[in-house]
Design a protein around this ligand. Structure first.
Ligand SMILES: Cc1ncc(COP(=O)(O)O)c(C=O)c1O
Length: 382
């Protein structure tokens, strides 16, 4: 007999998963679907992992190795301008686990978490799992998909809202919040005594602007929890390494669900992460410059095809409007591209109600593949 919980049965079955499975199985498909770097982890990190593997067969400290937490604290101070202490850091199994642990220690059933819509599709299922209520705050194309402070104010329920979960640079739109907007959002968080959960997964992939951490803004130390990852900056997605930083009391509380979910973060990956932090910045910049080259190619090309596309300021995604060229919804359009043009993209509806009418293309794919995909879409549209 199989018994599956209601909680599990209610979880959304993401279309993206099916699309990516089909794309991975059919070698004729060019995939602009993936949400992870196409690069391989830099060689010095891999070499170090090979060298040290035999010493990492045991659990580590639940919140992560002290050497790593100290190096992370230095990085947060230097790069993010966050006044971090190693004791206020938890090394997590990717940032996804960190966000989940943080929600578990903040949210009681029926309490609300405000998220960007369109926004990263990994949030709603974990909010559902903690029995919270995700409230999408519309981020409209005419504002370059930037989260608007007035829209947050309109969505806040004084009793129920506990957290603003904000992602900048943003997946899927590539929007990077301006300092002015961030300061206005920070003022709202202070006024309503809310936490800002700041997901900075793409912090190293900002092209023409500068990445700013909410935790660096004046007076926000007690209100901000930041989530970081080695998945994107160092192309280490498979090593499942992330970390979170926040106020001492909060980190103490979040340590509990983190510990009971994972016992400890992966030991080998922690040494590799420590190595990653010791590398010159050029390792990250080289990847960023290549994404930038692709971004400058793909955006004009999509516009040429009638898929209206803003130049994204960060991450490695384009978010293109499709309603000028098709009557189809984004899911049917993406299915058509998959079946007829043999190109995998992600329908915008996967990212929330306000993602309908758009498709996401990832440029974490080699330039010749992107060129081929654009040609195929062009032929299909003809
Ligand atoms: C915005 C955002 N946050 C968090 C994650 C989770 O990344 P990881 O768990 O690999 O750190 C992703 C992955 O795509 C993401 O796009």
């Amino acid at each position: 007999m199989t018994h599956i919980s209601e909680r599990d049965l209610q979880l959304p079955d993401a279309v993206i998963g099916k699309l990516l499975r089909i794309a991975a199985e059919d070698k004729n498909i060019v995939s602009l679907g993936p949400g992870e770097p196409d690069f391989i982890t830099p060689k010095p990190i891999l070499d170090y992992g090979k060298k040290i593997i035999g010493k990492t067969t045991h659990y580590s400290a639940p919140n992560g190795k002290v050497e790593l937490r100290e190096a992370i604290a230095q990085k947060l101070k230097k790069e993010n301008k966050i006044n971090a202490d190693a004791d206020d850091i938890i090394v997590t199994t990717g940032s996804q686990e960190g966000i989940f642990a943080a929600l578990l220690s903040t949210i009681d059933p029926t309490e609300q978490i405000l998220i960007q819509d369109p926004g990263y599709l990994g949030y709603i299922p974990i909010i559902d799992l903690v029995e919270g209520v995700p409230i999408g705050v519309p981020c409209m194309e005419e504002n370059n998909f930037e989260l608007q402070p007035e829209a947050i104010n309109a969505a806040i329920d004084k009793k129920k809202t506990k957290v603003l979960l904000i992602n900048t640079p943003e997946n899927p739109t590539g929007n990077v919040l301006s300092k002015k907007t961030m300061e206005a959002i920070a003022a709202i968080a202070l006024e309503h005594d809310l936490y800002i959960f700041s997901d900075e997964a793409y912090e190293d992939l900002v092209y023409d602007k500068k990445h700013i951490s909410f935790g660096s803004l004046n007076g926000m130390q007690d209100h901000v929890v930041t989530f970081h990852t080695f998945s994107k900056s160092y192309a280490m997605a498979g090593f499942r390494m992330g970390y979170m930083h926040g106020p001492s009391e909060f980190i103490k509380a979040a340590s509990m669900p983190h510990h009971y979910m994972t016992l400890s973060p992966p030991h080998l990956s922690q040494w590799m992460a420590l190595k990653a932090l010791s590398l010159p910045k050029r390792y990250r910049d080289d990847m960023k410059n290549e994404y930038d080259r692709r971004r400058r190619y793909i955006v004009p090309r999509l516009n040429e095809l009638g898929l209206r596309t803003h130049m994204p300021d960060g991450a490695f995604y384009t978010f293109s409007q499709i309603t000028d060229i098709t009557q189809k919804n984004s899911c049917d359009f993406a299915k058509d591209l998959l079946n007829k043009a043999k190109v995998a993209v992600v329908p915008g509806s996967e990212f929330g109600k306000h993602g309908e009418g758009f498709i996401r293309c990832s440029y974490a794919a080699k330039l010749p593949l992107i060129k081929e995909a654009m040609e195929r879409i062009e032929n299909y549209l003809k």
